[in-house]
Design a protein around this ligand. Structure first.
Ligand code: CAO
Length: 260
């Protein structure tokens, strides 16, 4: 049976457009700005990404149970640890569990070889006042959801304060980009070489859907858009990986069986 989310949090107010943090003065004439710093790094790595034949795969996840679960735990986590619990730690952990079953998505191309990485170092695209950064949470396979929450809070804070270190950025093996905290339903994520896959998460929206009996139910729908390197990843592999992740996120209790 599909979960019918009647109680709990009421998601989701449409994203509010925050006022610009600094006043934007209209330009009287063209302004030339050198491409440097974080933007230069993005410029170079995205040029490299262009050589990768990307394929896209999208699916819709009903996160009703996850929305309720996070709602129940959020206050307690804040109270006991001071940490902010978003949806990301659950999604990151579930991604790692799914990667365990589909290790090729956690691999890297090295010349003529494919290196299957032992660690799930999951990079999180982070929007900072200084530009887009991709710090990673290391060895997610060994971390609890609370450990991931702590690390995500640390990296988010570091990003806001321009304190993300080269060590935080190094060694990523897979990437997630959550644009849904800002808005949007779908995105077309660009692979961050030498990784072979990336997922973009859209905004969780309350939408009507049919259950298995044909009844219209309230669903908390999030779209995930995957990009895979088609030189080494088949669409079917991506679909199976995505299905596995969907299984964990639509029924988060299933993750318990695999947590150490
Ligand atoms: N749908 C609905 N609500 C969402 C959401 C989603 N997909 N993602 C986050 N939210 C909610 C969070 O739960 C939180 O709500 P509460 O205040 O009720 O807890 C709020 O939005 C703010 O979340 P957050 O941004 O503080 O935390 P996060 O862990 O969800 O995300 C991070 C962290 C770093 C991924 C995010 O801040 C960020 O930078 N996203 C942008 C990434 C980006 O720019 N991608 C594009 C890359 S290509 O240029």
């Amino acid at each position: 049976l599909l979960y019918i989310g009647q109680s709990g949090p009421s998601l989701t107010a449409p994203p509010t457009v925050p006022p610009p943090s600094t006043k934007v003065t209209p330009l009287a004439e063209d302004r030339i700005e050198p491409i440097k710093g974080i933007r230069k790094v993005m410029f170079t790595s995205m040029k490299e990404s262009l050589s990768i034949p990307h394929f896209g795969y999208d699916d819709e996840f009903d996160l009703g149970q996850l929305v309720d679960l996070r709602y129940k735990l959020k206050k307690e986590v804040k109270h006991t640890t001071g940490l902010k619990l978003s949806y990301m730690p659950f999604i990151i952990k579930a991604t790692s569990l799914a990667l365990k079953e589909h290790p090729i998505l956690n691999s890297q191309i090295d010349g003529d070889n494919l290196v299957f990485k032992a660690d799930h170092n999951i990079c999180i695209a982070t929007d900072t006042p200084h530009g887009l950064l991709l710090p990673c949470i290391k060895q997610v396979q060994n971390l609890s959801i609370l450990d991931i929450t702590a690390e995500l809070n640390r990296l988010h804070e570091a990003g806001l304060n321009n304190k993300i270190s080269p060590a935080d950025i190094a060694g990523g093996s897979f990437s997630l980009s959550n644009i849904g905290n800002i808005g949007g339903t779908y995105a077309r994520p660009v692979i961050f070489p030498p990784q072979v896959a990336i997922g973009a998460l859209g905004r969780i929206q309350v939408l009507p859907r049919f259950d298995y009996h044909g009844n219209v139910v309230k669903a908390h729908v999030m779209c995930i858009s995957w990009s895979g390197d088609h030189r080494v990843i088949e669409g079917a592999t991506m679909a199976r990986f995505s299905n596995q992740l969907k299984d964990y996120l639509e029924e988060p209790a299933k993750m318990l069986m695999h947590l150490k």
